[in-house]
Write a protein that binds this ligand. Structure first.
Ligand code: NAD
Length: 370
């Protein structure tokens, strides 16, 4: 069972605290604020796995030189419809939006663009990049891998060969939030095991597999014995995550390695050892104006309405489109605040304290409404 949250904290307060931490850790203020904004965006969407729980790990990576402050993109090759860009191991929250801006500019000119980003620090919640393109009126498709991070067993294996390799497809909707499919190809994102290891929501049975092929839900399979460590190390566990959808999810994860890792030149999950991890992201941008034009918006609206009108499988059920759960969660968390587990909160405070940042005033102990 999920433990009650230790605190509930207003999004703005938490964002400011995170920005202060990264400023003290050596980032320029605008980059620190950007990191805060995107980590909070994940918490607001309900993906706590990609939110502020990452702060101690990001700070450690900055201190170890595995991620670098103040980086820009290097253009490796470029045509009017494509570019290969290098993130120079900069923060994903800095280099990914620059790569998306480039894709938007090219797709606005040519109707379509493909951008391969390599050597980016952790790009976090990939949905942020789909939403950025949707705000510019573009459809986008993103295949992501994590060079140097091996966490997930392929279908039929009891040993790691992939990372959690997310895929995102985002569709702009005039006058409303976009349709947003955004998930890891592992049954659960690594960060969800991280949340579970901190006393948060448990991962489903069979999300992990032991070296003997036995299915498991124990976070220790990924991190080894769960001591009182602030930064969990996913290289330490004896087991692996599993892909979703048996051979189908495994096939998608495999193609993420090829598209985002091999085609970008940024590298795959292995076998070469690497100093730190880096995201690769192959993104395709499509301007609806170059395809069905105005008919696209109407056809999408009509189809969404028809799909949502499908008879629910249970009397109290409801059919949602991709992106709807995150949109509802964002509304609720903006209104009610962001709940954080005790361990996530204490790790965050300890990281702040080491950098001389005062504990935020506005944290309020969580009161269970039941
Ligand atoms: P998830 O399993 O929660 O799936 C989320 C997707 O499913 C969303 O598109 C959501 O709208 C949709 N969805 C959920 N419930 C639904 C319902 N009832 N009806 C219709 N659609 C529904 O996501 P996840 O696999 O845990 O991934 C979480 C986040 O982790 C993502 O934002 C992903 O980009 C990120 N991630 C990043 C990396 C990285 O290396 N940067 C790696 C892995 C995952």
């Amino acid at each position: 069972m999920e433990q009650a949250a230790a605190v509930v904290i207003a999004a703005d307060t938490l964002r400011g605290f995170v920005a202060d931490i990264f400023t003290a850790a050596g980032c320029a203020r605008d980059e620190a604020e950007r990191i805060g904004r995107y980590l909070l965006s994940a918490n607001l969407a309900g993906h706590d796995s990609h939110g502020v729980i990452r702060v101690p790990r990001y700070v450690q990576m900055l201190q170890d030189g595995r991620v670098r402050a103040g980086q820009r993109l290097t253009i490796v090759t470029e045509t009017p419809t494509h570019a290969l860009v290098d993130g120079n191991q900069g923060f994903g929250q800095t280099v990914a939006p620059l790569a998306v801006d480039l894709g938007i500019a090219k797709a606005k000119q040519a109707g379509i663009a493909v951008i391969a980003l390599r050597n980016a620090g952790h790009v976090g919640r990939v949905g942020d990049w789909g939403e950025q393109a949707a705000e510019a009126g573009l459809v986008s498709i993103h295949f992501v891998n994590v060079a140097g991070s091996v966490l997930v067993a392929p279908y039929g294996a009891a040993e790691r060969r992939f990372s959690t390799n997310p895929i995102c497809i985002c569709i702009p909707v005039e006058g409303g939030p976009p349709l947003l499919l955004d998930f890891a190809t592992s049954m659960v994102a690594e960060g969800k095991v991280l949340v579970a290891s901190n006393g948060g929501k448990k991962v489903p049975d069979g999300a992990l597999i032991g070296p003997d092929g036995q299915l498991s839900s124990d976070p220790a399979m990924l991190y080894g014995p769960l001591g009182n460590t602030r930064v969990r190390d996913a290289t330490k566990g004896p087991g692996s995550l599993r892909t979703f959808g048996e051979h189908k999810g495994s096939g998608l994860a495999f193609m993420c390695e090829i598209l985002a890792g091999c085609l970008s030149g940024g590298g795959t999950a292995g076998p070469e050892p690497r100093h730190g991890i880096a995201n690769g992201m192959l993104s395709i941008y499509l301007d609806p104006g170059s395809f069905a034009g105005a008919g696209f918006a109407q056809a999408t609206r009509d189809y969404v309405a028809w799909m949502k009108a499908a008879r629910p499988a249970s009397p109290d059920g409801e059919v949602l489109v991709p992106g709807e759960p995150e949109m509802r969660m964002r509304e609720a968390r903006l209104r009610d605040g962001i709940p954080l587990q005790a361990e996530t909160w204490s790790n965050l405070l300890a990281t702040g304290e080491e950098l001389g940042i005062a504990r935020p005033e506005a944290s309020i102990p969580h009161r269970d409404p039941r």
